[in-house]
Design a protein around this ligand. Sequence first.
Ligand code: CTP
Ligand code: CA
Length: 227
Amino acid sequence: EARLFPQRPLKDFHALVTAGPTHEAIDPVRYIANHSSGRQGYAIAEVLAELGACVTLVSGPTDLPVPPGVERVRVSSAQEMLAACEAALPVDIAVCVAAVGDWSVAQVADEKLKKLGGAPPSLTLKENPDILATLSKAGPLRPRLVIGFAAETNNVLAHALEKRQRKGCDWLVANGVGAGTNVFGGQRNRVTLLTGQEEESWPEMSKFDVARRLAQRISDYFSSLSI
Ligand code: CTP
Ligand code: CA
């Protein structure tokens, strides 16, 4: 088999990728989740491994197979995802692609909630930790390059610029997921890369091509530092 990247430009680099949704338990049989197939994150993990990086993929629940050469850690909730990410540090590169649930249920029921003919239960939610922001502010353990993703339904660029600032990540990959787009569960994606220096709109391409192009940018970034 011909190797795509014979020089393995990311050899000796450690990368952490988050992918997939999280499941926030309501009771033993129910949960709150986000739409996410995990495909974009899995593709990024796979391509970074092809480039020679040692990749830990922290994944929420998906049916996807483990990409070749990648170490996958399976988690369910946002809290577990954060713990698994912290356990993977130190890394050089972090790419947060997961659709992390923003809230979890304050009091998870030990037993299945029953309808019993009464009023529907009210759930009190609490905010989940922000994994991307935590990694971006991890002090001496901060990865050298932290990349976030932002799926927006409207005002994609404005929200993305604000999000990059607020989270403290280096790069942000923004994509529109509003009506008429078919990103969730689909094979294709159309993104804008915000690096702080520039805003680059990429044409629509497969999620694998987004992964290849992003991984190439990452490898170019590190080679530009070492010249
Ligand atoms: N993210 C994360 N942990 C969270 C929430 C989000 O790591 N608890 C990461 C996602 O993986 C993604 C980025 O932050 O890389 C942006 O996620 P998004 O949901 O768009 O950001 P939020 O701050 O949650 O904003 P919103 O209110 O638009 O959902
Ligand atoms: Ca969110």
